[in-house]
Design a protein around this ligand. Structure first.
Ligand code: F6P
Length: 545
């Protein structure tokens, strides 16, 4: 494969970038721009017309995708090929939401039956809990679920449960514990009754320090509160691919929900890692979530490039990262229920595409994954939108908003929508010096002051944004939305020829942390470490600076 940056398409994109008119002009000269640069799929509507792109831009980006054999790579993923080359694994989170009638071979085995069996096991478990049939050690029904997990074993359940709050079963509360900071679990345990609490320990590896420590603390609390070792099975279940370690830990075999190596942690909410979601919203709604994602899978696998939502979003993001030096991408969710989504997309994209060598181990000579950040609108307008509008960095933005609120009240949704659309308009058109000066014409400022203030009020505009709409935030549209971003991430990794599905970069910190822990725990001398680490450990030992 030709070196990406030396390809003729890459060179053409570089040249093309220099000749792009301001978006104001692109809109002024093309009345059909909105119509031609928007599309609907799987209950979502994407307006990508407020991008620094023309039909020629998109054609060049599609050519780049073809150069990089994107469609073949998409087929390889869905076909269960070992595209996670460094771990020799297939990447088949899409199989978790496939139709039961499908047959998907991974590592020589049809995996759909086990996926369906696990969904059935989840269904049965959810029904015994929500019906009150499952009893704790004193014969009471479960009222509180504690999901213990971190990374993809935390963010997926947490963010999706939060997003689908209108669909929660009554009478069941859910708490999420991730951080190993003792405050996290201590604050939760204060709220709980051991007789009516069920702990779900979620860890694909069953080897994550935070999750093991939090689960041991939960178990110690349970026993200290009066539960017996023989009662643990009534109050602890596990979701893991490491059944042996879970059994050794003391989780009853019947209470272990399997997951598999061909599901990456950041892609795992669709598996039994999503058990807290299913308990809260019910299995029918969980299956609707899966179905929404499945619809997006079908769209991604079959829609032509020019009508393919994940491909268009992925290519446009790459356009800014590689040709405008954009270092970050902001996700702004104009819906309170979606306030956690930026954090979810952070792990999804940054742990996938935060890489710097290609599949064959060559150092890249181009930017790869950007920093993903964001928050809920309209709050961000009163916090960081200033920088997006007038800062020196180009920060492409995604605005996400349902057209209908679950809580229609007064003028609220009108104002939310107006802010959302107003922001994308301001980013696109900016404010010229002449416009700024005209706004000051009746002010009491002197002419000299007006000239100066006007200069400070200039906004360059030409700041790109996508606007994603849905009729309403439902399990289906949320499933489609998350799958859209999963595939958007895939598109970029495929063009960059990196492995989006391993995460070797998280190991060293963990290993060095374990070494520090051993030195702290055993009062071992740490002077062999660098002076900073040694100094910090000594301060920790002193417990005072
Ligand atoms: O941060 C590394 C990582 O492996 C993530 O990819 C994963 O989601 C998280 O840790 C938790 O891993 P596990 O589910 O194996 O406990």
């Amino acid at each position: 494969m030709t070196l990406l940056t030396q390809s003729s398409t890459w060179q053409a994109l570089s040249a093309h970038r220099k000749n792009l008119p301001h978006m104001r002009e692109l809109f002024a000269t093309d009345a059909a721009r909105f119509k031609n640069m928007s599309l609907s799929a799987c209950g979502l509507f994407l307006d990508y017309s407020k991008n620094r792109a023309t039909a020629e831009t998109l054609e060049l980006l599609f050519t780049l995708a073809n150069d990089r054999k994107l469609e073949a790579k998409i087929k390889a993923m869905f076909a269960g090929e070992m595209i996670n080359t460094t771990e020799k694994r297939a990447v088949l989170h899409t199989a978790l939401r496939s139709n039961a009638s499908q047959s998907i071979i991974a590592e020589g085995q049809d995996i759909v039956p086990e996926v369906q069996q696990t969904l059935d096991k989840m269904q049965e478990f959810v029904e015994t809990i929500t019906s009150g049939q499952w009893k704790g050690y004193t014969g009471k029904a479960i009222t509180d679920i504690v999901s213990i997990g971190i990374g993809g074993s935390f963010l997926g359940p947490k963010v999706v449960s939060q997003a689908l709050r209108p669909y929660w079963n009554q009478g069941l509360n859910c708490h999420f514990v991730a951080n190993v900071d003792g405050t996290s679990i201590s604050e939760k345990l204060k709220l709980l009754d051991p007789e009516t609490t069920l702990f779900i320990m979620s860890s694909k590896s069953f080897g994550t320090q935070e999750t093991l420590t939090n689960t041991l603390t939960a178990k110690a609390w349970f026993l200290a509160k009066g539960g017996l070792q023989s009662d643990v099975a009534k109050h602890f279940v596990a979701v893991t691919s490491n059944v042996t370690k879970a059994t050794e830990f003391g989780i009853d075999t019947d209470n272990i929900f399997p997951m598999w190596d061909w599901v990456g942690g950041r892609y795992s909410l669709w598996s039994a890692i999503g058990l807290p979601i299913a308990l809260l919203i019910g299995m029918d709604n969980f299956r609707a979530l899966l179905n929404g994602a499945h619809q997006m899978d079908e769209h991604f696998a079959n829609a032509p490039l020019a009508e393919n939502m994940p491909i268009i979003m992925g290519l446009l993001s790459l356009w800014y990262g590689n040709f405008f030096n954009a270092q970050s991408h902001v996700v702004l969710t104009y819906d309170h229920y979606l306030r956690g989504l930026p954090a979810y997309f952070q792990q999804l994209d940054m742990e996938s595409n935060g890489k710097s060598v290609t599949l064959d181990g060559t150092d890249v000579d181009y930017s790869t994954g950007p920093v993903i950040w964001g928050g809920e609108g309209t709050n961000g307008q009163h916090a960081y939108h200033q920088l997006i509008h007038q800062g020196t960095a180009l920060i492409p933005a995604d605005f996400i908003m349902p057209l209908q609120s679950h809580n229609p009240i007064g003028v609220h949704h009108d104002q939310l929508a107006s802010n959302c659309f107003g922001q994308t308009q301001a980013l696109m058109q900016g404010r010229t010096f002449e416009e700024a000066l005209a706004e000051l014409v009746n002010s009491s400022l002197t002419d000299e002051e007006k000239q100066l203030i006007a200069k400070h009020k200039v906004m360059p505009g030409n700041k790109p944004s996508n606007t994603l709409l849905m009729n309403k935030l439902t399990p289906e549209t949320l499933g489609a939305l998350i799958a859209l971003y999963e595939h958007r991430t895939f598109v970029q990794g495929a063009i960059w020829d990196i492995n989006s599905f391993d995460q070797w970069g998280v190991e060293l910190g963990k290993n060095l942390g374990n070494d520090v822990l051993a030195r702290i725990s055993a009062e071992q001398d740490s002077s062999a470490l660098d002076a900073s680490s040694n100094g910090l450990i000594n301060l920790y030992r002193q417990g005072a600076i």
